[in-house]
Design a protein around this ligand. Structure first.
Ligand code: PGA
Length: 266
């Protein structure tokens, strides 16, 4: 059994000072109380990658929250995969629903990023965390499978996957994000619904990548709101390989509680 993945996505919530302190704090707690069944990944803003890479080491790895779809070029303000690899990143989140909504990112753009990450994976070692998922209204209309199919087909037809690749897919039902934010009355995604979506994702992926290849190299994690109370249910009942945590990853205590809940769930 592979360790579960627990990714802290700090979005645009902190400044570099705060992110570096938070990373050091999480590092200290996990050194004191290790969670060997969990691979813990921190996704700070681009600006903190370098200082966090210098101040923490095992058991933490680093992720970027986005990347550009070309390895180099005249693209003001973008950050490329080779630059992220040089900063010590191991993962790159692509296609997060907030980027799709706020920056109008399309499946085609996400597919280009994914293709570049896979084509350069041997040399740069960057693993994509591809976010997919339906909105509340798409779910209400029974379109979950259709949406996942459209998103994943565009991405997986962009480049072929071999057994040497590593890919993470985050099932991120848009309606279940920020459900544990203060004052939210939104309902989260149940582990059973999550398991159904996970099955859909594997079935779609297997149209492009045979199961014998995909099983050991493609991990599917849950990207809706997670806390220490429900984290284990997503990897147990929900059959997920881990979680992508937003809000609850902004405090050492709540994030490490999720890591330890996953650690005990194996
Ligand atoms: P949340 O974010 O944990 O704050 O709901 C999850 C995400 O954006 O993946």
């Amino acid at each position: 059994m592979k360790p579960f993945l627990c990714v802290a996505n700090w979005k645009a919530q902190c400044t570099p000072d705060g992110e570096t302190l938070l990373a050091q704090d999480i590092h200290t707690v996990l050194q004191r109380r290790p969670a060997d069944n969990v691979e813990v990944v921190l996704a700070p803003s681009f600006l903190s990658l370098s200082s966090i890479a210098c101040s923490v080491d095992h058991p933490l790895s680093l992720a970027a929250q986005n990347c550009f779809w070309q390895a180099a070029g005249p693209a003001t303000g973008e950050i490329t995969p080779p630059a992220l690899a040089q900063m010590g990143c191991r993962y790159v989140i692509i296609g997060h629903s907030e980027r799709r909504t706020l920056m109008n990112e399309t499946d085609a753009m996400v597919a280009q990023k994914y293709a570049l990450l896979l084509k350069t994976q041997k040399s740069l070692g960057l693993i994509p965390i591809v976010c997919v998922g339906e909105t509340a209204s798409e779910r209400k209309q029974g379109k979950t499978r259709m949406v996942l199919d459209a998103q994943l087909s565009t991405i997986f037809s962009s480049v072929s996957v071999t057994s040497a690749h590593r890919v993470v897919i985050a099932y991120e039902p848009v309606w279940a994000i920020s459900t544990n934010a203060k004052g939210s009355t939104k309902q989260g995604c149940s582990p059973t619904d999550c398991a159904d979506a996970g099955e859909m994702i594997h079935t779609i992926v297997n149209r492009f990548v045979p199961k014998t290849i995909s099983e050991p190299i493609v991990r599917v994690i849950y990207g809706g709101s997670v806390d220490a109370k429900n984290a284990a249910s997503y990897v147990q009942k929900g059959n997920m390989d881990g979680v992508l945590v937003g809000n609850a990853s902004l405090q050492t205590k709540s994030f490490c509680a999720i890591v330890h809940a996953l650690n005990n769930a194996l």
